[in-house]
Design a protein around this ligand. Structure first.
Ligand SMILES: NC(=O)c1ccc[n+]([C@@H]2O[C@H](COP(=O)([O-])OP(=O)(O)OC[C@H]3O[C@@H](n4cnc5c(N)ncnc54)[C@H](O)[C@@H]3O)[C@@H](O)[C@H]2O)c1
Length: 516
């Protein structure tokens, strides 16, 4: 098996050698430039090989060289010749190396930049004549190959080598844990974005910052772990804690700080925190200059599996929660599961309350998955639902499983139960309701109890609760005849069910408060 090399590909003049050398220093690895290896083995320059033996012979030598360099068991940073991707056997070798853990990074630059940089060298046999036209032609011919062989593409224009090095390292698995991390794509056409999930995923942050951003405001809270420095001028703003801080006046304060810092429409807001921060930072970004890009760094379990993904942003009014808001998709989301270690136990439990609903949204066995994989799977399920129904016209409402009962429990208990805890009990009520309506059997109700037990969540509806008050809180007096609307489990999975008889709802509450 080959070593986990970092291989740089790209046209001549993109900076593979200078970046490769600096990267190798940073990673404390040897640097290997395949063109230099060829020249040293052959005892002549590449221009000479082209002139005397022709391009076909050079490509054959290049293929052998690449194979032997990749076969080395010592992990290295390898810079390849610009045309290496034109040889099918070389593309195959790179694919094999990637399967063994190598990371191939495509460095790119504009034609003008490449022409300017290559103008300093005479050893470019393919660049005789009109340099810019030749580079443009080569780029068109090779672009699809670079895309095929690489794991990541990095634009190098106008960036110092140190920044490119950092971006390449971020595109590189840093540790076994990070190597197990993954990216989930939220497919929304030109507003699509990635969610990086896993231990160490914060290393992906800089690759999610759009390259034209000049400065960023970081919105966070005291007590939230801080993100490592990013290579941009930044201004940090702490907002308050708790729902009382999720207000229009916080948005005004934030926007005024944006103004003082000189944040433009082309810059970036970075929300670092739980769902409260990502809701507030996202809404401020949605309205600042009528829409400024935002990246979310989710630091609570609830934000990772839910709040930070999908573009719902907003704040509360005294009249109700989340009444003022906007759909504003982020440019990227980071869910570094290492941060769950500092999360207070109750916050973590509330997050598991939201994770529990995903057990009934997709058919797979989440309990059989290790934690990080399970979180990534929840992110994937949410991403798929958002891609299908961005504005909650239909399927996205299924994410509210357990919430009708849950909100009522929160209200009637005066928020003795936190949101995630109440939603968990709400799912048990919903399971009993589905059973009473003949939609699921006892075994499926038991499965709900099992999931909550696994997460250490209370499943029993407290016996001191007034069921009539719960019914009223669910929006209807028990004498109402129109019936109530719930998300309920069934043979086809979760579905919206309307017109439920309040008497059956009361029966489900009685079952949920009984001993199981
Ligand atoms: N936009 C959506 O789609 C969506 C979905 C669900 C919930 N939400 C919103 O999310 C909010 C709740 O989010 P939440 O549950 O993440 O709570 P939260 O954001 O209020 O965070 C809870 C507490 O944990 C602290 N904290 C955050 N990360 C930490 C860490 N790694 N270590 C230690 N402490 C940390 C915070 O400072 C805070 O005190 C609500 O306002 C809700 O309306 C939004």
């Amino acid at each position: 098996m080959a070593a986990p090399h970092v291989v740089l590909v790209g046209l001549m003049g993109v900076g593979k050698s200078s970046v490769g050398r600096a990267l190798a220093r940073e990673m404390k690895r040897p640097f290997v430039d395949t063109d230099s290896v060829i020249e040293s083995n052959e005892g002549r320059t590449i221009a000479d090989i082209f002139a005397v033996d022709g391009e076909a012979t050079f490509r054959e030598i290049e293929r052998h060289t690449l194979e032997s360099v990749l076969a080395s068991t010592q992990a290295a940073v390898i810079a390849t010749g610009g045309g290496v991707v034109e040889t099918a056997a070389c593309r195959d070798s790179l694919a094999v190396a990637r399967r063994s853990g190598a990371r191939v990074v495509w460095l790119s630059a504009t034609v003008a930049t490449m022409a300017e940089r290559t103008g300093r060298s005479n050893n470019r046999p393919l660049l005789e004549g009109d340099r810019e036209a030749t580079l443009a032609r080569l780029f068109d011919r090779r672009r699809a190959f670079y895309e095929e062989v690489s794991d990541a593409k990095i634009d190098t224009d106008g960036k110092p080598v140190t920044r490119i090095v950092r971006e390449v390292m971020n595109a590189q698995p840093q540790s076994p844990a990070a190597a197990g991390g993954r990216r989930v794509r939220v497919e929304l056409g030109e507003r699509s974005y990635d969610v990086a999930v896993g231990a160490g995923a914060i290393s992906e942050l800089s690759s999610m910052i759009p390259t034209d951003v000049k400065r960023a405001v970081i919105v966070s809270q005291v007590g939230v772990p801080s993100i490592p420095e990013i290579d941009l001028p930044t201004h940090l703003v702490h907002i308050g804690d708790g729902e009382q801080a999720k207000t229009l006046s916080t948005i005004e304060d934030l926007c005024r700080q944006f103004a003082h810092f000189g944040l433009t429409r082309n810059d970036l807001v970075i929300g670092v925190g739980g769902g409260l921060v990502t809701d507030v930072a996202g809404f401020a970004a949605a309205t600042w200059h009528r829409g400024t890009r935002v990246v979310h760094v989710a630091t609570t379990l609830l934000a990772m599996v839910d709040a930070a993904i999908g573009g719902k942003t907003g704040v509360n009014l005294p009249e109700g929660k989340n009444l003022v808001g906007a759909f504003w998709q982020p440019s990227g989301v980071v869910c570094d599961t290492n941060w769950l270690a500092t999360l207070p136990e109750r916050e973590l439990r509330c997050g598991w309350g939201e994770v529990a609903k995903y057990h009934f949204l997709a058919g797979d066995d989440l309990l059989a998955m290790p934690t990080d994989e399970r979180i990534a799977r929840c992110v994937q399920i949410k991403a798929d639902i958002v891609a299908e129904d961005e504005r909650e016209g239909g399927r996205r409402a299924l994410l509210n499983y357990g919430h009708t009962f849950g909100h009522a429990i929160e209200t009637v208990t005066g928020h003795r139960f936190a949101h995630g805890e109440a939603v968990a009990i709400g799912m048990i009520c919903a399971a009993h309701l589905a059973r009473l309506l003949g939609r699921i059997d006892d075994a499926r109700v038991d499965a709900h109890y099992r999931v909550l037990d696994t997460y250490g969540l209370q499943s029993k509806l407290p016996s001191d609760l007034d069921h009539d008050a719960l019914l009223v809180a669910m929006g209807r007096d028990k004498k109402a005849t129109a019936g109530l609307v719930f998300i309920l489990d069934g043979r086809n999975g979760l579905e919206t069910v309307s017109g439920v008889d309040p008497a059956v709802v009361l029966e489900s509450l009685a079952s949920a408060s009984g001993v199981r």
